[in-house]
Design a binder for this molecule. Sequence first.
Ligand code: ZN
Length: 420
Amino acid sequence: MREIGLQQVHPESWTLPRAWKRGYARASLVTPFAMPIPVAAYGWSGSTPQHSGPVPVVLVNANDVAEHLDSLIRTHGASWRGKALLIASNPDKPMRAYSQLLPLLQAATAAHAVVVLRHDTRPGNGIIHSEPVAVALPETIDTKLIAAVDLPVEQQKLIEHLLRLNRPVRINIDVENSFSAGPVPSNNIVGEITGVIHPKEIVLVGAHLDSWDLGTGATDDGFGAAAVLGAAQALIQAGLHPERTIRFVLFTGEEEGLLGSRAYVRQHAAEMANIVAAFALDWGAGPIIQLPTAGHPELLPLLTHFNDMTPQLELKPPTEGWLFMTDAYAFTLEGLPGIAPLVRAPGYSEQAHSAEDTLDKVSSADLRQATKVLAMAGFFLADTDKLPPGHLTPAQTADTLILGNQKPLLEVFGLWPFQE
Ligand SMILES: [Zn+2]
């Protein structure tokens, strides 16, 4: 950011209750035949007990995990000792099932099970994923959990098939992860082009720096971070001086539950009223095709005007629509427009959080287009004479989120902040 020539460049520290470090994860089928099983530990899960030897695998019904976890634990918990629990594939409510992974893991730990195995709900053949055991990381990290691992859909279905045929299945499994002894700091990175007339009014343009470690994070969210820096550089090289401040922020901790952006919102509470809009680009490596305003119709006339002025960007008309999750949400929850630009990246759901997330998925033409959209839309909002009416109150924000069908997701992920 300093090299580009941004002003006020600095880190802003926030604290993680602990750090989690991946060790190793090895698994193989032993009975009924020998076959290696690629596995990767879910973030914040623990280790297998030492010398567990070949372990019997039992099938756990995914719909019971999603909807009836308490009775599942009451009925079957006592039989989990010394076992590997395989959560069956294709639950009716995959998000709900995912949200129950941590409570299931806690119950499996209490029952002295050895490991929980689960295929990620993202599509993709032959690949393993890693993400946190809970979307919004709890305040207190449980360092005593057993291991939870992701495995490819093929191995998942094979083991499931054998178990449904009542064939005994045993695996060797050896997983080790570790935690820091105490809290660790992390830094959002902030820089800006200070506004020449209304420096306290801010258009925020962001993306996230952190990524999962099975790949290099080129699409999630290296592409977004590069576009943010590229937009800053383009505006500075063009010698543009917007009326309002354009603030560029690279957040950390997004993958653990928007931790960095939520910390930013807390640390800048007094400034929230002055934020015109907050962009966060995080939907894969591809051209930006639309700007959804996430329940803020008051921005539509302005963004429609922007589209009319920039036909070369080929954006679809803006909508009030939503893209769930990512850092834009931290600002939406504060009642201001959090805009997660819609990206055309058909392979994204397979790539994200997996070993497929590497630089070969990024096209420089797409990166240039996304960079242009961020630079031009950011500058447009920072320099327009017209401004939309003020932000929503918490009650209005809650209503908007409920109308936009966002509440169930936010609740599932532990991010719904409003009282009834
Ligand atoms: Zn991301």
